[in-house]
Design a protein around this ligand. Structure first.
Ligand code: PLP
Length: 411
C-alpha cells in the first residue's frame, strides 16, 4: 500500500493567493466595467533587457551546430557565470569566494525550499513573522513544524520572530534554542532592511550558538542606501555561519526565464550525531548533483550577459524604474498620513491599515472602492495582521493611477 508523507497533511492550504483570486473574480463578475489595477503579486512586468535577449539568442544559435552544441552541463553551473558572479557581485564588495562555493540553479524558491533537507530532521527552525511562506512549508513537509495551532495561526515547533512597527520590523534574537534561522533582507513582505551593525548581531549570535543563518537576498539589487549590506559576507565571520541565496528574478526580469544562485562557503560547518564537524558545502554539492541536472546553458548565457557593461546599465535602469514606482507609492500614501514602511531599499511597500482595519477588511475596501488588488499582510503570518503589502512591479501608469485612486478614498 502506498502511504503518503503524513507531514503534508500539516500544510495549511495556500489560502492567501487563492482567496485573493476568489474575491477579485467575484468583484469583477459583479462589476464587469471596473478597471482593476493589481499591485498584489510579486511578479515583474517589464520586458527582458536587450543584453539578456542577445545573450539568450546567441546561446540558442550555438546549439544549432554540433561544434558548439551543449548537452548536460555542470550541475553547479558554468564557470563563465560563476566567475562573473564572484567578480561582480562579491569582489566589488570586498568578498572573496572560490568557484566551488557558488551553485547556480533555476530559482531561489527551489534553493530556499531544498536547503533544509541537508540538516537534521530534529533541527529547530526560526523564521521571521511575517514571512515568505516557502521557508515554513518546506520544513512542514520535512516534519519539523509540529502541529498547526488554529488559535495562534502558528506551528507548535517553529520559532517565530515577530517583526512589527514596535520593533521597526527588526526581529529580536531568539530567546530559546534554535538551529537554523531564515533571514530575508531586503525583506519580503515588509520591504525593510538591516544595517551592517544589526546584521552583525545575527552573525555573532549564530557563531556563539552554533546555528546557521539562511540569508535570502533575492531583493539585494534594490538596495539604495550605503549602510545596508548587499551580502551577508560583508559581515566579518559570516562565511562560518551563513548560506546566501540570490535570484535574477526581480533584478533582471527572470521570473519566467528562471536563474538564481546559492553561496555555500567552505568555512561553513554543521555537526553529525557524534558532534564531528561536516562541510555543509560538500553536502549541498552532493544534494545538487543527485537531484538537479543544472540550469540550462541558454539561461546561464542570458544571466551572464547581465554582467557586461551594457547589461549592468540596463539592469540598473530596470531597478530604477521599479524603485521610482516604489517612491510614488510610498510618498503618495505617506501624504495621506498613512504609516508606510519599506519601499526605500526594496520593491515592497508595507503599510499599517488605517482605522485598525484587519488586513482583509482593508483588502475589500481597496478592491470595492478603488478597484485595486493588494496583498493582505496577515497572509504572510499572524504578525502581518493589520498590515498590507503593495508592490512596485506594476507599470508607472498603473502605479500612479492606483495612488490617485487611493487619495480619493475616505480613509
Ligand atoms: N525569496 C523571496 C524572498 C522571494 O520573494 C521570492 C520570489 O518571490 C523568491 C525567493 C523566489 O525567487 P525565484 O523566482 O528565484 O524562485
Amino acid at each position: 500500500m502506498a502511504k503518503i508523507n503524513q507531514n503534508y497533511l500539516q500544510l495549511q492550504g495556500s489560502y492567501l493567493f487563492s482567496e485573493i483570486a476568489k474575491r477579485r473574480t467575484k468583484f469583477i463578475s459583479e462589476n464587469p466595467n471596473a478597471q482593476i489595477i493589481s499591485l498584489g503579486i510579486g511578479d515583474v512586468t517589464r520586458a527582458l533587457p536587450q543584453s539578456v535577449l542577445t545573450g539568450l539568442h546567441n546561446a540558442v544559435d550555438e546549439l544549432a551546430s554540433e561544434k558548439s552544441f551543449r548537452g548536460y552541463g555542470p550541475e553547479q553551473g558554468y564557470d563563465f557565470l560563476i566567475n562573473a558572479i564572484i567578480e561582480h557581485d562579491y569582489k566589488t564588495r570586498g568578498v572573496t569566494l572560490n568557484s566551488n562555493e557558488v551553485f547556480v540553479s533555476d530559482g531561489s524558491k527551489c534553493d530556499v525550499g531544498n536547503i533544509q533537507e541537508i540538516f537534521s530532521g530534529d533541527s529547530i527552525i526560526a523564521v521571521q513573522d511575517p514571512v515568505y511562506p516557502v521557508y515554513v512549508d518546506s520544513n512542514v513537509m520535512a516534519g519539523r513544524s509540529g502541529n498547526y495551532n488554529k488559535e495562534t495561526n502558528r506551528y507548535d515547533n517553529i520559532v517565530y520572530l515577530t517583526c512589527n512597527q514596535e520593533n521597526n520590523f527588526k526581529p529580536e534574537l531568539p530567546t530559546q534554542k534554535v538551529d537554523l534561522i531564515y533571514l530575508c533582507y531586503p525583506n519580503n513582505p515588509t520591504g525593510m532592511t538591516l544595517t551592517k551593525a544589526e546584521l552583525k548581531k545575527w552573525v555573532d549570535y549564530a557563531k556563539e550558538n552554533k546555528c546557521i543563518l539562511l540569508f535570502d537576498s533575492a531583493y539585494e539589487a534594490f538596495i539604495q542606501e550605503d549602510d545596508v549590506p548587499r551580502s551577508i559576507y560583508e559581515i566579518e565571520g559570516a562565511k562560518e555561519v551563513a548560506i546566501e541565496f540570490r535570484s535574477y528574478s526581480k533584478t533582471a526580469g527572470f521570473t519566467g526565464v528562471r536563474c538564481a544562485y546559492t553561496v555555500v562557503p567552505r568555512e561553513l560547518k554543521a555537526y553529525d550525531e557524534d558532534g564531528n564537524e561536516m562541510l555543509v558545502n560538500d553536502l549541498w554539492n552532493r544534494r545538487q548533483t543527485t537531484k538537479f541536472n543544472g540550469c540550462s546553458y541558454v539561461t546561464q548565457k542570458g544571466a551572464a550577459a547581465i554582467y557586461t557593461p551594457e547589461g549592468r546599465e540596463q539592469i540598473a535602469a530596470l531597478v530604477d524604474y521599479y524603485m521610482s514606482n516604489a517612491k510614488v507609492i510610498r510618498e503618495g500614501l505617506s501624504s495621506l498620513g498613512l504609516s508606510v514602511f519599506g519601499g526605500v531599499n526594496a520593491p515592497y511597500i508595507w503599510l499599517k491599515t488605517p482605522n485598525n482595519l484587519s488586513s482583509w477588511e482593508f483588502f475589500d475596501k481597496l478592491l470595492s472602492e478603488a478597484h485595486i488588488v493588494g496583498t493582505p499582510g496577515v497572509g504572510f503570518g499572524q504578525a502581518g495582521q493589520g498590515y498590507f503589502r503593495l508592490t512596485a512591479f506594476g507599470s508607472r501608469e498603473n502605479t500612479e493611477a492606483a495612488v490617485e485612486r487611493i487619495k480619493k478614498l475616505s480613509l
